[in-house]
Design a protein around this ligand. Structure first.
Ligand SMILES: Cc1ncc(COP(=O)(O)O)c(C=O)c1O
Length: 411
């Protein structure tokens, strides 16, 4: 019998040792079955009832033609074997150029950038590189589910600072209280999934000051950096005092509507990046070669492309918002991402998880309960809240909004 807490040896009659770690991270579904998340449950219900699935956040349209063509050409040209572990030079150069162009950030593509298998792998590698038993990793709550899972796998303790309705901005006193001298990493996700908030500069500056005071590394997940509706995006790494302790993560999936390609990246000071790279080497070593050059093409697209994805999404947000308001929900208008969070309390509904299970059969629409992005206390605070995705075709959102508008007749 192994004593390794991360080993996968079966324990008769119970979950495996790592599943116990995973339990706190919501890897056990609400029905207690290992690996079945509410996402999968809702997706299965949506399929069963031919519902419009506004649960999972993936676009239902392809991204820019140039990028897709570049990937096809790369395969045809034989770019089909392992890329260097750090990523193709052409993509690292494009990432550095993107950081300079949009944010004035100087990043050395040789030593300060790595390409990863989606943002998810960068997040995992960064947390596993720097946090372990005895450490705390602080995230906001609600939090993107992979944070909880990876913190659990690292053996560190997951601490949280709640974001509250209606604006879901970090609260200074809550944040100060959440940091301790054991806080090894603070994970910032901005623009924020699932709340759709875009953090203000002052809040980000406070995070930097607190990280400095407590000797913490900042891991910032900015995958929605280009999906904003007016609010400015301030990368944490641009703030005074931040660069030396900040690892910035982003990904091609959301910006270019290629979530299935799983090409992400991380940049930061060379000494920290080298440590993340060591972990990344043993997670996947390298990531989709033909997609890397294609993403480099995307990062070089003109400003009009970036403006148009945001303006198209804004119209989709507004369209879905109308349907959600007509349904009787309290709607928290997002400033970024492609998610809208709502509160079902005005409909007299306080259990949004139960509602999420009923929605597909009731009105033919699927959504995700916000409680799945929370630990127990946070799940209680967000008990009546749902998240809807609007990264779908206009006709799909229109039909979803039409169905939502009938909700009152059914509850
Ligand atoms: C906040 C956040 N980070 C990371 C990811 C995953 O990014 P990738 O698909 O590039 O791994 C998502 C996807 O939903 C997300 O919402």
């Amino acid at each position: 019998m192994t004593t390794d807490p991360h080993a996968t040896q079966a324990a008769p009659g119970g979950p495996r040792p790592w599943a116990r770690t995973a339990r706190g991270a919501n890897l056990l579904g609400s029905d207690g079955r290992l690996g079945i998340t509410i996402f999968e449950e809702v997706t299965a219900l949506a399929q069963h009832h031919a519902a419009i699935n506004l649960g999972q956040g993936f676009p239902d349209e392809d991204g820019p033609r140039e990028i897709l063509d570049a990937a096809r050409a790369a395969i045809a040209d034989g770019a089909n074997q392992y890329a260097p572990g750090q990523g193709l030079a052409v993509l690292r150069d494009a990432i550095a150029a993107h950081q300079e162009r949009f944010y004035g950030l100087a990043v050395d593509p040789q030593t300060e950038v790595i390409v990863s298998t989606g943002a998810t792998e960068s997040i995992a590698a960064a947390i596993l590189a720097f946090a372990g038993p005895g450490d705390e990793v602080l995230t906001f709550e609600p939090f993107y589910d992979s944070y909880g899972a990876v913190i659990g796998l690292s053996g560190a303790t997951h601490t949280t600072a709640p974001l509250s309705a209606p604006d879901f901005q970090p609260d200074a006193a809550t944040l100060e209280a959440a940091f301790t001298d054991r806080t090894r990493i603070v994970v910032v996700n901005n623009p924020h999934n699932p709340t759709g908030s875009v953090f203000r500069r002052e809040a980000l500056e406070l995070i930097v000051r607190l990280a400095e005071r407590h000797g913490a590394i900042i891991v910032t997940d900015e995958v929605y950096e280009h999906l904003r509706f007016g609010a400015a995006h301030v990368p944490v790494a641009t703030l005074p005092g931040a660069a030396a302790r900040t690892l910035t993560i982003s990904s091609a999936g959301k910006t270019f509507s290629v979530t299935g390609w799983k090409i992400g990246w991380l940049s930061g000071p060379a000494d920290l990046v080298a440590q993340v790279r060591t972990v990344k080497t043993f997670l996947t070593y390298t990531s989709g070669t033909p997609f890397q050059g294609a993403v480099a093409v995307g990062l070089g697209l003109p400003d009009e492309f970036y403006d148009s994805i945001a303006s198209t999404l804004r119209r989709k947000r507004d369209l879905l918002g109308e349907g959600l308001r007509a349904a009787g929900f309290e709607v928290f208008e997002p400033e970024g991402t492609f998610f809208t969070m709502v509160d079902a309390a005005p409909l007299g509904i306080d259990d949004a998880t139960a509602l999420a299970r009923r929605l597909p059969s009731l009105i033919g629409v699927a959504a995700i309960p916000v409680a799945m992005f929370c630990h127990e206390d946070g799940a209680e605070r967000t008990r009546s809240m749902l998240r809807f995705a609007f990264c779908k075709r206009f006709d799909v959102i229109e039909e979803g909004a039409r169905r939502l508008a009938t909700l009152r007749e059914h509850v």
